[in-house]
Design a protein around this ligand. Structure first.
Ligand code: UDP
Length: 322
């Protein structure tokens, strides 16, 4: 197959491209290198990379015409980036997806959209199911512009499916981690690992009792491919992630232990970390029943295995001076 991956130089995108090339697909990447890095894919010479934005409709059109299917991962992501650059977040995420939908619909190319668990907002439920109500904070809390931009993407994709039968599947990614993820935009595991390896205190935001489930990118990528390959997923939304829950405080302790570090924990109030008026999600875990029934998805990498792969990768980055 000929495949276009938008955001293919990013953390998840680069792992996806590797997997697609490994199975014999011909892969094009469209990435503006805003948060992605060419180094993430340069070791795979089979990939053709175009450095441009999904906001450039002509480029998107030219590429879409050449391929059979499109994985749309390009987006502004990372809490820190979202809070610091809300205009960029809203425009990239909404307009970029609109362009990709218009062009894939024009040529009737199958499309997979990556959305996010953020769209559930701060719902009080124990685990989030695809049909759950969404509880989003007020518009002056800028964090929520990310959730809302992705929710608009979902609405638009579903509208294209209902009105035009445009073959599209939507995935909601929960916290995904693994080698090459950068902590620069706020992601907790690469941040903690870097701090532990440098002997710095681990910055636990709030009281550290908030919980998350972390999935390994090596479990997530095959799920993206399987959902794309199955036409029964058209017009459907699927959670993807792990259901191993951990509090951020115990995550920090585990990182210190796995990295054999002498670092301590430093509790940082949210206002100090993200600015005034920040709202965090207390708990977040996916229900995986729907994706389990569709493609037999079951995450298999344990948190300790995940931490070991990230520790090895960050150690290497530090050694290279990155
Ligand atoms: N977090 C933290 N210290 C950090 C970075 C993040 O305690 O240096 C917390 C953050 O407040 C959140 C959790 O870790 O409760 C996960 O943060 P991340 O940005 O990785 O993902 P989110 O789940 O917020 O999208």
């Amino acid at each position: 197959m000929r495949v276009l991956v938008t955001g293919g130089a990013g953390f998840i995108g680069s792992h996806l491209c590797e997997a697609l090339v490994a199975r014999g697909d011909q892969v094009w990447v469209l990435d503006d290198l805003s948060t992605g890095r060419f180094e993430n894919i340069e070791h795979v010479p089979e990939i053709t990379t175009i450095i441009d934005s999904t906001l450039n409709q002509e480029i998107v059109r030219d590429l879409v015409r050449e391929v059979d299917v499109v994985y749309h991962l390009a987006a502004t992501v990372g809490v820190q980036l979202v809070v610091n650059h809300p205009i960029r977040t809203i425009v990239n995420n909404i307009r970029g997806t609109e362009v990709v939908l218009e062009e894939t619909c024009r040529y009737r190319r199958r499309l997979l959209i990556t959305s996010t668990s953020e769209v559930y907002g701060k719902g009080a439920g124990d685990v989030f199911r695809e049909q759950d109500d969404r509880v989003i904070g007020p518009t002056d809390r800028l964090r929520w512009c990310y959730a809302e931009s992705k929710a608009v993407d979902e609405f638009l994709a579903l509208a294209y499916w209902r009105e035009k039968r445009h073959p599209t599947v939507i995935t909601r990614l929960f916290n995904t981690v693994g080698p090459r993820q950068t902590g620069r935009y706020g992601m907790v595991i690469p941040t903690f690992v870097r701090q532990a390896l440098l002997g710095e205190p681990l910055t636990v935001f709030g009281d550290g009792q908030q919980s998350r489930c972390f999935a390994h990118v090596g479990d997530v990528v095959p799920a993206l491919i399987a959902l794309m390959d199955d036409p029964k997923t058209n017009g459907e939304i699927y959670n993807i992630g792990s259901n191993q829950r951990v509090t951020i405080e115990s995550l920090a302790r585990r990182v210190i232990e796995r990295a054999d570090s002498s670092s301590t924990l430093r509790y940082v109030p949210y206002e100090q970390a993200y600015g005034p008026g920040y709202e965090d999600m207390r708990h977040r875990a996916p229900c995986l029943d729907k994706i389990g029934a569709a493609i037999g998805y079951k995450p298999s990498t344990s948190l300790d295995q995940i931490l070991d792969t990230v520790i090895a990768s960050v150690r290497e980055q530090i050694r290279r001076g990155a």
